[in-house]
Design a protein around this ligand. Structure first.
Ligand code: GAR
Length: 201
């Protein structure tokens, strides 16, 4: 069974979709052999309630509780490693992870990004795509490295931008694709058909 720790900062709707997909698959012919063993957050605004609904343990590691970013990262790493995950997923975790955390976990450290990387890296990918007046953007799942959204790409898909799109409407359509890519990535990791060390090499 693939053990996952997932980190969120916001509503966690992609995480909810992943939890549902894993649960739903249990009664199918192709169960996803993965389990989310803990859900972590960097802010009390994150929707950790969705973990409580399913009796999944949570942890909250807030930067303001530590003297500096490195100390925060070390505390975050300790919480993650306590669960001995095979893979850690940043699913709407809106903070750059300090180098010591990346070095300890990558390439078994994944991120979802609401654009077709390397286009529109950073925290405002959806807004940036609309402002650039391009006709399409996308969604990407990648390995986290020490750059900003520069790691090796595992899966990505194009998504058209409609003339009437707002940031919200576009982001919702992107998330639908992100959820599919994330679920397929977890399924493939559990099956062993994706090898993160090979992709990162
Ligand atoms: C997702 O679109 C994810 O790709 C994005 O935050 C959203 C989280 O939504 N992450 C980033 O922009 C990271 N740079 P959710 O909380 O509803 O799952």
């Amino acid at each position: 069974m693939l053990k996952l720790v997932v980190l969120i900062s916001g509503t966690g709707s992609n995480l909810r979709a992943l939890l549902d997909a894993i649960d739903d698959s249990r009664n199918s012919e192709q169960p996803i052999a993965a389990e989310i063993v803990a859900i972590g957050a960097d802010t009390p605004k994150a929707n950790l309630a969705l973990a409580a609904e399913r009796s999944i343990p949570t942890f909250l590691v807030q930067p303001g509780d530590y003297p500096d970013r490195a100390a925060w990262g070390d505390a975050l790493l300790e919480e993650i490693q306590r669960w001995e995950p095979d893979v850690t997923i940043l699913s709407g975790f809106m903070r750059l992870v300090p180098p010591r955390v990346v070095d300890a976990l990558s390439p078994e450290l994944l991120n979802t990004h609401p654009a077709y990387l390397p286009e529109f890296p950073g925290a405002h990918a959806v807004r940036d795509a609309i402002e650039a007046q391009v006709s399409e953007t996308g969604a990407t799942i990648m390995i986290v490295d020490n750059g900003v959204d520069t790691g090796p790409i595992i899966a990505q898909q194009r998504i058209p931008i409609h003339p009437e799109d707002t940031q919200e409407s576009l982001h919702e359509r992107i998330k639908i694709v992100e959820r599919e890519l994330l679920t397929e990535t977890v399924r493939n990791l559990a099956l062993g058909t994706i090898n993160l060390k090979e992709i990162a090499a």
